[in-house]
Ligand binder design. Structure first.
Ligand SMILES: [Zn+2]
Length: 91
């Protein structure tokens, strides 16, 4: 487990299909759009269509109060996530 450097929320890090690191909220939420899938022995974060009522994870970028300003400018580059949310750490 890791903790967001900016807001203190519990997060974990996974790679996406594009092999980019993504900070993900620890607890799943209804209407989340990040599905965790097993892929070749690794867990991978896959962004899917959000469905209301379906419990899924959510990118921390979408919920972090500190990312609010950045969200307006569009998706957060993977390398900026480490600045904002902290380092990928083994739990
Ligand atoms: Zn945060």
């Amino acid at each position: 487990m890791a903790t967001c450097k900016s807001c203190g929320a519990r997060v974990f890090w996974l790679l996406t299909k594009e092999r980019k690191r993504m900070a993900i909220d620890w607890d799943p939420v209804r209407g989340g759009n990040v599905q965790i899938v097993e892929s070749g022995g690794y867990r991978e974060a896959r962004v899917v269509e959000a469905e209301p009522g379906v419990l899924r994870h959510r990118a921390h970028f979408a919920s972090c109060p500190a990312a609010k300003e950045l969200r307006r400018k569009g998706p957060l580059p993977a390398e900026r996530q480490a600045d904002l949310f902290g380092k990928d750490r083994a739990s």
